[in-house]
Design a protein around this ligand. Structure first.
Ligand code: SF4
Ligand SMILES: [Zn+2]
Length: 140
């Protein structure tokens, strides 16, 4: 584990975002990969305790996404950080970006019943606003 990763994971904002990613991936995996073998996440973030005692339970495919997303979030060069979907840097690999997009689309609305009312709602509202702006720009 790099010192930089360890240091960035001590920032409460990074921890909060990483936990949210963990919850979103767990919701997605439970719904979409119900037949897969799912286990508590083993990752550098989990090693540092960023998820608390309740580790996200995911399949190996979703675990790979989460390990990747942990690194991206911790090493994100943007400050303030926008939603990744609105970022002009797009540091995600195209396949991981598409995977995360599916996770967000599935888990965003469902996260409201999992104790993420505000984050879930903000995610939706912000996403809609963004799409409206995109349409306006494209139409201009
Ligand atoms: S996509 Fe943009 S906002 Fe998201 S982690 Fe990468 S650089 Fe940061
Ligand atoms: Zn999965």
């Amino acid at each position: 584990m790099s010192e930089r990763f360890r240091e960035r994971m001590s920032d409460p904002a990074v921890v909060k975002d990483t936990r949210l990613l963990g919850d979103f991936c767990a919701i997605y995996c439970r719904g979409m990969h119900a037949d897969a073998v799912r286990t508590p996440l083993a990752s550098e973030g989990a090693e540092l305790g960023v998820y608390g005692r309740k580790l996200p339970v995911v399949c190996e495919e979703c675990a790979a996404l989460l390990r990747y997303a942990e690194q991206r979030r911790a090493l994100c060069p943007k400050d303030p950080k926008p939603f990744c979907s609105h970022c002009d840097t797009h540091c995600y690999r195209p396949d991981m970006r598409e995977y995360m997009r599916q996770v967000m689309r599935y888990a965003g609305p469902r996260s409201m019943v999992h104790g993420h009312a505000i984050d879930g709602i903000r995610h939706l509202i912000d996403g809609r606003k963004h799409h409206k702006e995109m349409r306006r720009t494209e139409g201009a």
